[in-house]
Design a protein around this ligand. Structure first.
Ligand SMILES: O=P(O)(O)OC[C@H]1O[C@H](OP(=O)(O)OP(=O)(O)O)[C@H](O)[C@@H]1O
Ligand SMILES: O=C(O)c1cc(=O)[nH]c(=O)[nH]1
Ligand SMILES: [Mg+2]
Length: 194
């Protein structure tokens, strides 16, 4: 499955949104990939995550466990882990940072792949990887359905992306006038509890 195939899945799901969005990183963008509309369709989610699992194994070899950052990473993390035939766990925010909770644990020596839905700056991926390492996990790779940084995001380990796009994103104080003129949506979960 190549980038165009992945984009077609997003288009068909109505998940390729245009407007004015504030992203998890605080950057603003005219484009938002509403991945939940993709993952709500089990067959569509399976096609994407099966392809991601195959690409992970082809790139870094077998892994022992997949761990994702909540909320967006939970469904693709589970589905990708299913095709990798490994355990699926997630980290979630507690007091601002990600933590492995709910009785989840990693055994010493297990190889972990961190599975994200979308990578923009790589901030959430780096935070998730740090939480896995704090729990004793060895993260050998990261993976995502879409890397929208055009390959520029550095998550500190090899990143396996099913699709790679270069989508514009701007700091709040440097918005193009046509973007600033639109009402802003904040669709993610990072600022939900504030
Ligand atoms: O690479 P980054 O700049 O960190 O951006 C990508 C992150 O943003 C979204 O999560 P968000 O925090 O919006 O919440 P969600 O997982 O609930 O959608 C997405 O799920 C990624 O985790
Ligand atoms: O950077 C983000 O927060 C982000 C971008 C995007 O296109 N989709 C998403 O779910 N999050
Ligand atoms: Mg997320």
């Amino acid at each position: 499955m190549n980038t165009e195939d992945v984009l077609n899945e997003f288009r068909d799901a109505g998940a390729l949104r245009e407007g004015h969005f504030v992203l998890s990183s605080g950057l603003h963008s005219p484009v938002f990939l509403q991945k939940n509309l993709v993952f709500m369709d089990g067959a569509r989610c399976e096609r994407l995550c099966k392809a991601l699992a195959e690409k992970i194994v082809a790139t870094v070899g077998p892994v022992d466990v997949a761990i994702s950052p909540a909320v967006g990473g939970i469904i693709p993390g589970y589905e990708t882990a299913k095709h990798l035939k490994v355990r699926s766990m997630y980290v979630e925010r507690e007091g601002g940072g990600f933590k492995l909770r709910r009785g989840f644990s990693v055994e010493p020596g297990e190889k972990v792949v961190m599975v994200e839905d979308i990578v923009t700056t790589g901030l959430s991926s780096r935070e998730c990887i740090a939480a896995i390492q704090a729990a004793g996990g060895e993260v050998i790779a990261a993976a995502c359905i879409v890397d929208r940084s055009g390959g520029k995001a550095d998550v500190g380990v090899p990143l396996v992306a099913l699709a790679s796009l270069d989508v514009p994103a701007y700091p709040a104080d440097a918005l193009p006038p046509e973007l600033a003129a639109l009402p802003v949506e904040d669709p993610g979960s990072r600022r939900l509890s504030k």
